[in-house]
Design a protein around this ligand. Structure first.
Ligand code: ZN
Length: 215
């Protein structure tokens, strides 16, 4: 462990950020957390949920995994981290919103186009997990027939967000609350190189810039 590296970071946190939020932390320990939203994002180190939304402690309940995928509801007595986070946020915490945030240059979406057979035994969970991106890949290949790689990549990343939103609706608590109008689902697309975020507009079936829209 590079102790010096981590020590500096933890020191800076204690001195700057913890001090800044100290009262909030103490208050939130007393009263518990009441986050506004469940944020489902990619584990990619370049996607930093609190940074891109300018939110502080207590505002976002975050679930990050490879590819920001949402496995369909499947109560089979196995271990399901993403499903548990969804249930906890939608039922126990009663969040108002769920944001599924995809992003540009996503390694998981790129991996959908690669052959992993040579090292399949090394990464069995990853290969299985990537199946959740396959419907997006198939749709992207149909929609971008001329083989433009950048277009294909972006289409895969964006279609995947839409498929993950559909998978969210397989969770009974999520579906019920969406039908009641007490829970709202959002699909976002974050561009790493510009910092821009687009949201999915279900009426027009397109992604639009989040900034600059009339309220
Ligand atoms: Zn990613």
């Amino acid at each position: 462990m590079n102790r010096e590296y981590w020590r500096k970071g933890v020191e800076a946190f204690k001195e700057i950020h913890f001090k800044k939020h100290e009262k909030d932390f103490i208050e939130m320990v007393k009263k518990g957390q009441h986050p506004k939203a469940l944020f489902i994002g990619c584990s990619d180190s370049r996607v930093v949920p609190s940074l891109i939304t300018n939110t502080g402690p207590g505002e976002l309940f975050v679930m990050r995994n490879v590819g920001n995928f949402v496995p369909p509801y499947k109560p089979d007595n196995d271990f399901h981290a993403t499903a548990a986070a969804i249930e906890y946020a939608a039922f126990n915490l009663q969040v108002d919103e769920v944001i599924v945030c995809g992003h540009s240059d996503c390694g998981a979406c790129k991996a959908l186009y690669k052959d992993h057979s040579a090292y399949a035994e090394e990464v069995p969970h990853t290969i299985k997990w990537l199946e959740l991106g396959m419907p997006a890949k198939m749709l992207a290949e149909q929609s971008v027939p001329d083989g433009d790689k950048a277009q294909l990549q972006e289409a895969t990343e964006k279609f995947s967000v839409i498929f993950q939103l559909q998978n969210l609706l397989t969770y009974p608590n999520v579906r019920r609350r969406v039908m009641e109008g007490t829970l709202f689902l959002h699909g976002w697309y974050y561009r790493l190189d510009t910092g821009e975020i687009e949201y999915f507009d279900p009426e027009n079936q397109e992604f639009l810039p989040l900034i600059g829209e009339a309220e």
